[in-house]
Design a protein around this ligand. Structure first.
Ligand SMILES: C[S@@+](CC[C@H](N)C(=O)[O-])C[C@H]1O[C@@H](n2cnc3c(N)ncnc32)[C@H](O)[C@@H]1O
Length: 827
């Protein structure tokens, strides 16, 4: 391929070097004026950057954000997808030139991300999307993103999970998780090493159980079985991904489902009142879940995202962050309460405003009893290549009228002397740095981390890692140490939401906690919402003690958030009902697939009130089973849990199990499926045929076209089988072992994979972008063209037609519709 210039409507030439050109020279549409006097003045005075750095800071904020992505999924798989970027796409990208002849900068690894699994390039997303020379690369990005192998994520957003130190077996909560890019990283960490561990364990009893597990891999040799040993190598960790917004919660489910993890639960709660999750009782005592790691990536004003959300240049308001401060503190306090001693909370925002950052950290630590109870972890040795600045120790507050306040004392004075006791909109004491000499003044806030746009060409971001040193009872919010009378705070909506009695639906207390904090068992369903977008709208209130209006009696009243609107709740979710292992369907599945008795059969679950298998059977970890079972009827809003493992299917005869293994459940169960239901494939060519052809025929000797698996697919019984792909040879594009569901019917075979998965594999393994061939449909069309109307062949299926978006053809009722299933997600 020769050199390629940009051609197209948006072409302007120039720009594009990392950090060197104001707009990259790509854009054609009217630019938003990237100016905001107040905003600039505030941050200039706040950050106190040296003059030359100040310019770099603002120049960076005005530039397009680099286009970044992360290779996701298990490490081995992620590395193999990364190899394609390096060997196939980068060599082509470097041939592309700007109009002025400068070469395009190819994607480069993000310097601080482990294993070079995160990459970025200066060419903006919209250019890659629109310009023909990038077409193949764009296809690769889209295809791998659609199947979950690539996560399009801003680089700063990748930092918090990396600082959480999540290990296999950990119990993790992501309190504000939607849309889920950080949750996906956390889930990957929980599963780290699982594939190799499971294989290592399977190998130990493979011979005894008559299982063929293939060659021993290097990963298997290297893996540490002790990292998560208790469940035959399977990951035992748990991620609860929560978001208070129901719709965003579903985006979260969509994003995380692609990882097919039985270790994931998605919930829909206000993080401030995240409910205590009950575990099976121990010695007659109630036990509640505590977390090893919690991510509090809280809602924020987002002024660090200016490069991505250019509208913020217009929309930024002085005091944008003020309305969120209290919610942020409450979320962080709740996180610290739910943490195990020794556990970590990572608090992060995409805001640069200390009122949402250091002030929140300081206020939360103060409520939790100070630095003896909660330590700010020194992370200076972590991610050494990440450039950052220390957290601030002093700052000013700007209110919504642009008035700048140096201290809470000034605010009180103004309120009392000039404003009839009313504090300027939403300003509260905890927003200010602690005065010298006060408790907590020596908190090492410099350990907080600030990422500025000009340091490494990113968005602005704030991260702090906190470690719980001991159990504590959090101080109620209204127990202020302020000299200001705050006894009206209940009336103004500042009641202690975590601890208050009315939010407890049951009389249960957490026996795992010290008695002092037993009231932490906050319950679901409390009436109080703290959705801050609503709180932003609240008018300033003026409250007077006892209704009187003398100056001396006028307390200073902090305006805070209240709740007057309903939460964005969704419909009631289907219940989660676990099946008894003796259920005839489970027995039938075990028998048909000759499942090893070592595979747990007490973790199968269905999603209907009857508790009977109807459409799908899901699988979860044992811990999730316990959680979903114990908390039934406690009002906890679980919106997702479990991996679909078996789907109901029309079967051609009574001997064929009507429950086929679903692709997403396959990695979990495949190693335990008995040889009678396994087909071993080793050749790249055979796999290509199965990927590109839907419903390829095996009847009339056509099984001979299937090379090494021909005889096997001719002889194996009908129904679902495990197709184990065990590449032979040293072709790096065809080197990954995998297991996929293959359906055998009388006349044909079909890989039970959604179309986008087939297309992604064709692209990845064969660099093939040709369309899929639906043999079933071709046959059907041939039949219809047959003027006699006699349908001689039965292969064309309703499912196949539907899969192509067609209605079942009229008159086809005569056709003996065969047993070909259409994979889920193909319709
Ligand atoms: C900064 S975003 C989180 C981004 C996410 N962690 C990620 O990496 O994709 C903040 C999220 O908090 C949610 N949210 C807002 N208020 C909340 C509350 N009180 N409790 C829980 N979630 C909340 C919002 O719906 C939003 O999805």
């Amino acid at each position: 391929m020769g050199k390629k210039n940009f051609r197209g409507k948006g072409r302007r030439g120039g720009g594009g070097g990392r950090g060197s050109h104001a707009n990259g020279g790509w854009r054609d549409y009217p630019a938003i004026a990237k100016e905001h006097e107040n905003f600039q003045n505030y941050y200039d005075s706040l950050l106190q950057l040296p003059e030359e750095e100040k310019k770099e800071f603002w120049d960076a904020l005005r530039r397009d954000l680099p286009n970044s992505f992360r290779f996701a999924g298990s490490k081995g798989h992620a590395l193999s997808v990364k190899r394609h970027l390096q060997t196939r796409y980068i060599p082509e990208i470097v041939k592309i030139e700007h109009q002025d002849g400068r070469p395009v900068e190819p994607p480069q690894p993000v310097p601080w991300y482990p294993d070079e699994l995160a990459w970025w390039m200066t060419t903006p997303k919209n250019v890659v999307r629109k310009f023909p020379p990038f077409a193949a690369f764009q296809k690769f990005l889209v295809s791998e993103t659609s199947v979950g192998n690539i996560s399009r994520q801003e680089v700063v957003s990748m930092i918090p999970p990396l600082l959480m130190d999540v290990r296999p077996g950990h119990v993790v909560l992501d309190m504000c998780a939607a849309p889920g890019s950080k949750a996906a990283q956390l889930l990957e960490m929980i599963h780290q090493g699982e594939e190799a561990r499971v294989k290592k364990v399977l190998r130990t009893f493979a011979e005894e159980d008559g299982l063929v597990v293939g060659k021993e891999t290097q990963d298997e040799i290297d893996v540490d079985l002790d990292a998560d040993p208790s469940d035959a190598g399977r990951a035992t960790g748990l991620l609860i991904a929560n978001d208070s917004d129901y719709k965003r919660g579903h985006m979260l489910v969509h994003q995380l489902k692609r990882l097919s993890s039985p270790n994931l639960i998605v919930t829909n709660h206000d993080a401030v009142q995240f409910p205590s999750i009950k575990l099976p009782s121990e010695a007659g005592k109630n036990v509640y879940l505590k977390f090893d790691r919690i991510l509090a990536d809280v809602p924020c004003s987002g002024d660090g995202t200016l490069r991505k959300n250019v509208n913020l240049w217009k929309e930024w308001q002085p005091g944008s962050g003020l309305g969120l401060h209290l919610t942020q503190v409450r979320i962080l306090v709740r996180a610290l309460q739910m943490l195990k001693v020794g556990g970590r909370v990572v608090y992060s925002t995409c805001s640069m405003n200390p009122v949402e950052n250091e002030a929140v950290v300081a206020a939360a630590i103060a409520r939790c009893g100070g630095k003896e109870n909660v330590e700010i972890v020194d992370c200076s040795n972590e991610l050494p290549n990440l450039k950052r600045r220390p957290g601030m120790k002093s700052w000013k507050i700007i209110d919504k009228t642009s008035r700048v306040w140096n201290s809470w004392e000034d605010v009180e004075k103004f309120a009392k002397e000039e404003n009839e006791g009313v504090v300027p909109g939403k300003v509260v004491q905890t927003m200010f740095p602690l005065p010298e000499g006060s408790d907590g003044f020596d908190l090492p806030l410099e350990r907080c981390m600030r990422v500025y746009p000009h340091l490494q060409d990113t968005g602005g971001f704030f991260i702090t890692v906190l470690e719980k040193k001991t159990d504590f009872k959090a101080r109620p919010e209204n127990e202020s140490k302020s000299t200001v009378t705050l006894n009206q705070t209940k009336a103004s909506g500042q009641a202690d939401v975590v601890l208050d009695e009315e939010s407890k639906p049951t009389a249960e207390t957490e026996q795992t906690q010290k008695p002092a904090e037993s009231d932490e068992a906050a319950a679901p369903g409390s009436k109080r919402s703290l959705d801050t977008s609503e709180a932003e709208e609240l008018p300033a209130k003026k409250l007077k003690a006892g209704g009187e209006s003398s100056e001396a009696a006028t307390p200073v009243v902090q305006q805070t958030e209240t709740n007057n609107k309903p939460k964005k709740n969704g419909p009631t979710e289907e219940p989660f009902k676990y099946l008894d292992p003796s259920h005839p369907v489970i027995q039938n599945i075990k028998e048909f697939y000759k499942l090893s008795t070592r595979f747990p059969d007490d973790r199968y679950m269905v999603r209907n009130e009857m508790g009977e298998p109807a459409k799908g059977i899901y699988y979860t970890t044992q811990r999730i089973r316990d959680i979903l079972t114990e908390n039934e009827g406690r009002g906890i809003k679980f919106v997702h849990g479990g991996v679909r493992m078996y789907m109901k299917q029309d079967a051609p005869s009574a001997e064929v199990c009507r429950w086929r293994i679903q692709a997403e459940g396959m990695p979990i169960v495949q190693g335990y499926v008995g040889e009678p239901r396994v087909v071993h494939l080793t050749s790249k060519e055979t796999f290509h045929k199965l990927l590109i052809e839907m419903f390829p025929r095996i009847a009339d000797d056509q099984w001979k076209n299937f090379n090494e698996i021909g005889e096997r697919v001719r002889d194996i019984g009908m129904g679902c089988t495990v197709l184990r792909i065990e590449p032979e040879g040293d072709d790096p594009d065809f080197s990954e072992s995998m297991a996929l569901p293959l359906w055998k019917s009388i006349q044909s075979l079909n890989l039970m994979l959604p179309k986008e998965d087939r297309a992604a594999m064709l692209l990845r393994v064969y660099n093939d972008t040709s369309p899929l061939i639906n043999i079933g449909l071709q046959k059907d069309q041939k039949n219809k063209a047959n003027a006699n109307g006699k349908v001689e062949e039965t292969e064309a299926t309703e499912g196949a037609a539907k899969e192509n978006g067609e209605e079942k053809p009229a008159g086809d009722d005569n056709a003996a519709v065969e047993d070909l299933p259409t994979p889920e997600g193909m319709e």
